[in-house]
Ligand binder design. Sequence first.
Ligand code: NAD
Length: 306
Amino acid sequence: MARIGFIGLGNMGGPMARNLLAKGHEVAVFDLSEAALVAAETAGARRAESALAATEGTDVVLTMLPAGAHVEAVYLASTDQRCLLDQLAPGTLLLDCSTIAAETARSLAQAAAARGLIMLDAPVSGGVGGAEAGTLTFMVGGDGDALERARPVLEAMGKNIFHAGPAGAGQVAKMCNNMLLAVLMSGTAEALALGVREGLDPAVLSDIMKQSSGGNWALNGYNPYPGVMDGVPAARGYEGGFLVDLMLKDLGLALDAAARLGQSTPLGSLARSLYTLHKQGNSTATQDVGRLDFSSIQQLFLAPPA
Ligand code: NAD
C-alpha cells in the first residue's frame, strides 16, 4: 500500500481521497478549507497543516487543484528559498490530477525531473459521481514505467486508465474532451428547451433522444433539465458538480492552444461565448453562476423571451 500526500480536497479530491483510504492506502491531506480537512480526517486521513507536512514521508504526492496557478503555487512557491519540489525525497512519484495547460504540465515535469522526482499529468473525467464511485477515467501523460508504478493508486480511484503519451499528453486529451463536453451540454440544453417550449415533457423528450441519434453523455447521465434525473446537479439547484468557472477555464485552455496552433475551433469558441453569457447574464448580487454546476447552462435557454 502506498503512503500518499493528497493536496486539494474539493468536489473531486474529497471523494478521491476517501476511495484511496477505502482501498487501504495511507493518506495525509492538506487543503485551504477547514471543512474539507475535517471531512477527510473523519474518513480516516491524517490531517496536515501545510502541503509540505502532508508530503513528509510519503512515496506518492497527489494534487487535485482548481487551475495551473494553484498547482504551480503548491509545487514551486518558495519558503526559505526552497519550494516543495526541493524538499521531496528523490524518487517520489508526483501525480497531478488537476486540469491545467499542457505546457504547464510539461514544465512542472521538467522541474521535477531536474530534482530526481517523477511527475505524471493524470487529469480525470467522470465528474463528482465518478469520483465518488471510484470509476474515473485517467488520461496520463509521462513515462510509461512511472505509470505502472502509479497504476495501483489510480486504480483505487478509477476504472479506465489511458497512457496518452509523453508529459503533457494527458492534459491535451483532457482539454479536447472538455471542449467536446461543453458543446454537447450546450446542445443538449438547447434541444430540451426547444422541445419544452413546444409542449413536450422534458423527461419524455430525454427518453426519446437517449435511444435516438442525439444520445450523448450529458443527456444520458447528467441531464441538465431540472426534474428529469435524480442525483445530478440539476436535481439540487445546480449545486456541487463541475463549476461553470472550471468549464470556462478548460475552454480557455483549449482555445489558447487552438490560437497558438492556428487551428479552427468554431464550436469550442461558441460554447465559451455561451458559458460567458450564462455567467454574466444570470449572475445576481446573491448568486455567482460561476459557482454553479456547468449543466446550469440550461438556464440560459429557459430565460423568458423578451
Ligand atoms: P474545487 O474547487 O471543488 O476544489 C479545489 C480544492 O483545492 C478546494 O478544496 C480548495 O480549497 C483547494 N485548494 C486551492 N488552492 C489550494 C492550495 N494552495 N493548497 C491546498 N488546497 C488548495 O475543484 P474540483 O471540482 O475538485 O476540481 C479540481 C480539478 O479537477 C480542477 O482542475 C477541475 O478542472 C478538475 N475536474 C473537475 C471535475 C468536476 O466534475 N468537478 C471533473 C473533472 C476534472
